[in-house]
Design a protein around this ligand. Structure first.
Ligand SMILES: *Cc1c(COP(=O)(O)O)cnc(C)c1O
Length: 388
């Protein structure tokens, strides 16, 4: 029998012990964490929709009408008009023929990649792709080749080296969740076209955040017609939960018949589905939320840089402030918390050695005062610790 305590000791010794932090209030810009008031600088609730009264009202109405659980998988008794309406809303938002709901973005990636790619196929996957993409690749039984992070020469070489496969896929995060940079989609789609590969983009952090209408990475580059499959989540900017795939009708028909994480799972509950539909309509009709979010991120990035902090290049609301060693990053994060700013340290193996960092995410609901407060705290801690 595996000795669990030895394994846990090993984890603890490496400084990789994981614990949970408890929020005592809603996931909003100002919140309470373990009884202490904090400015939240690490939320995926980018647009503040998770507590929007209109989403709450839609959820309550759906719960009153249909109850709290959907009672079945989509293919049995769990398919309400609410699910179909949300899929249509996603498809028109993403400008694709069709869309399919999953219970989470994680399951959308796992189910899509593992059913699209089989033994005879090849998947080329960016080295910094999300864990759910990696798990989808593993389950697929396809040959998976990892290319260097956004390294297009490496991608090209690996396309040339791996020719004899039935289908070939290039899979990438649209916005990388740890660095906040955007995948070089113009180069990726060009290489895909040249080498006859299909492109799958995971837009978890891009949906409702980047692009003229907030529809994500393909729109940001004007390349909607070059991406074959877009995967997304309703748990971040849309303020709810659930995952989706937006693609051609052919792909969606295939996934409905083959994706095991779709077929064998109870459908999303009525309240969350109704709230997500309302969330997407608000994202469409209130572009100012996205503009404020972008302005907040620009301002914060510029201010931290001018203080002398080393930030990974990026133009999204995810800011990676490089501190260096894992211990220093953890100490920086604790010091920020003492100041009332909640932003976690990210350490290896999530990021490379020596690149431990504070990962700050901005929200549209952060005010100028919030940002000033956070910047002063970064400055104080940065000077105290000799980071700047
Ligand atoms: C958050 C995230 C997911 C998972 O989405 P959930 O809906 O939370 O399961 C998938 N991919 C990326 C890139 C993410 O950041």
């Amino acid at each position: 029998m595996l000795d669990l305590s030895t394994e846990l000791d090993r984890i603890e010794k490496k400084g990789l012990w994981r614990t949970l932090r408890r929020l005592d209030a809603a996931n909003t810009a100002e919140t309470t964490i373990e009884s202490k008031q904090q400015l939240l600088l690490s939320s995926n609730n980018y647009l503040g929709l998770a507590t929007d009264p209109r989403l709450k009202e839609a959820a309550i109405k759906a719960i009153n009408e249909y109850g709290t659980g959907s009672g079945g998988a989509r293919l049995t008794t769990g398919n309400l008009h609410l699910h179909e309406e949300l899929e249509q809303t996603i498809a028109s938002f993403k400008k694709t023929e069709a869309a399919l709901l999953f219970s989470s973005g994680y399951l959308a990636n796992v189910g899509t990649i593992s059913s699209m790619a089989g033994k005879a196929d090849l998947i080329l996957s960016d080295a910094y792709n999300h864990a759910s993409i990696i798990d989808g690749c593993r389950l697929s039984k396809a040959k998976t080749v990892v290319y260097g992070h956004v390294n297009m020469d490496d991608l090209q070489n690996k396309l040339i080296e791996n020719k004899n496969h039935r289908r070939r896929f290039i899979v990438t995060d649209g916005v990388f969740s740890m660095d906040g940079n955007i995948a070089p989609l113009p180069e990726i789609t060009l290489l895909a076209a040249k080498h006859g590969a299909k492109v799958i983009v995971d837009d978890a952090h891009a949906t409702s955040v980047i692009g003229e209408n907030g529809t994500g990475t393909a729109e940001y580059f004007g390349l909607e017609s070059c991406v074959d499959i877009t995967i997304g989540t309703l748990s971040k900017a849309a303020g709810c939960e659930g995952g989706f795939v937006a693609a051609s009708r052919l792909v969606i028909d295939y996934l409905r018949n083959r994706a095991r994480t779709f077929i064998f799972q109870t459908s999303l509950s009525p309240g969350v589905v109704a709230a997500a539909t309302t969330g997407l309509h608000i994202i469409n009709s209130e572009p100012e939320r996205r503009q404020i979010l972008a302005a907040n991120a620009d301002f914060f990035r510029t201010e931290l840089r001018s203080l002398g902090f080393n930030l990974v290049n990026g133009e999204t609301p995810i800011l990676a402030v490089i501190i260096g060693e894992a211990e220093a990053a953890c100490q920086f994060s604790s010091r920020l918390e003492e100041e009332g700013i909640f932003a976690p340290a990210i350490r290896p193996p999530t990021v490379p050695d020596g690149e431990s960092r504070i990962r700050a995410t901005l929200m549209a609901t952060h005010t100028k005062e919030h940002l000033q407060q956070a910047i002063s705290s970064f400055e104080k801690v940065g000077k105290d610790m000799g980071v700047i």
